[in-house]
Design a protein around this ligand. Structure first.
Ligand code: HEC
Ligand code: HEC
Length: 191
């Protein structure tokens, strides 16, 4: 647990820095730049495709971090690596400001058994970092209402270390694939 506390201090630091970095942003310019993105991520930023994440209402510092990670290739996805390749830092910040301004519509879930199992597993393990309703916090993403198949894939990627993050790697590593499915379904059910 000591390790987590240290990491948490690091998040708060990074959070302060990245929020300064996105002080002067232009959400309208972001909207213009986002036209192509909406074909996949949903016309209002809410994805209707199970393997594509919603970006509406996502935290701007988190979005900007991910776009930089796709651009540099640290986070790997053929499609997104291509999409992010040509983006400048300014365009990234504008895109982040645009997507965060859109209203998130939770995809919801009716998988009652998985939801209650996920709730039990998450208990108070996830919300300290992801926000009290999993609505996200700084560089930590919103999970509430996200596409469940997308969330489950990310947790498996963290576990397999194909998506690299020291905190999420050790957390996801503690769950079986069935438990991951339950956690994902529970997070998707939140508003
Ligand atoms: C051809 C479809 C497609 C297009 C076009 C596209 N994306 Fe994506 N995007 C994806 C997929 C699929 C993922 C999930 C990748 C994975 O599984 O890791 C993703 C992931 C992301 C993420 C990470 C979200 C998270 O929760 O971690 C961000 C941010 C993002 N895209 C922004 C954009 C932006 C900005 C554009 C336009 C410049 C764009 N995308 C265009 C398909 C697309
Ligand atoms: C110590 C803080 C911390 C805790 C505790 C934590 N997370 Fe995370 N989580 C993060 C951070 C930071 C990221 C962003 C990683 C990155 O930038 O790639 C993240 C990312 C994620 C993602 C990727 C979302 C996306 O849009 O791609 C999922 C899914 C996730 N966490 C689920 C969970 C679940 C479920 C729990 C509880 C079992 C949990 N997290 C607990 C800090 C935490």
């Amino acid at each position: 647990m000591k390790e987590y506390k240290l990491m948490f201090a690091y998040i708060l630091l990074a959070l302060g820095l990245s929020q300064n970095a996105i002080a002067a942003v232009d959400a309208d310019a972001g909207k213009q730049r986002a036209k192509m993105c909406l074909n996949c991520h949903g016309q209002d930023g809410n994805s209707t495709t199970s393997h594509i994440p919603s970006l509406a209402g996502q935290k701007p510092a988190y979005i900007a971090n991910q776009l930089r990670a796709f651009r540099s290739g640290v986070r790997k996805d053929g499609m997104m690596n291509n999409m992010a390749k040509g983006l400048s830092n300014k365009e990234i910040n504008n895109l982040a400001a645009f997507f965060t301004s859109l209203k998130n519509k939770s995809v919801g879930s009716e998988q009652e058994e998985l939801i209650s199992e996920g709730k039990r597993l998450a208990s108070n393990l996830c919300f300290g970092c992801h926000g009290s309703n999993a609505q996200g916090m700084g560089i930590t993403p919103r999970l509430a209402g996200q596409q469940p198949k997308y969330l489950a894939k990310q947790l498996r990627d963290f576990k397999n270390k194909t998506r690299k993050n020291p905190m999420m790697g050790s957390i996801a590593g503690g769950f079986s694939d069935d438990e991951i499915k339950a956690l994902a379904e529970y997070m998707s059910s939140l508003k």
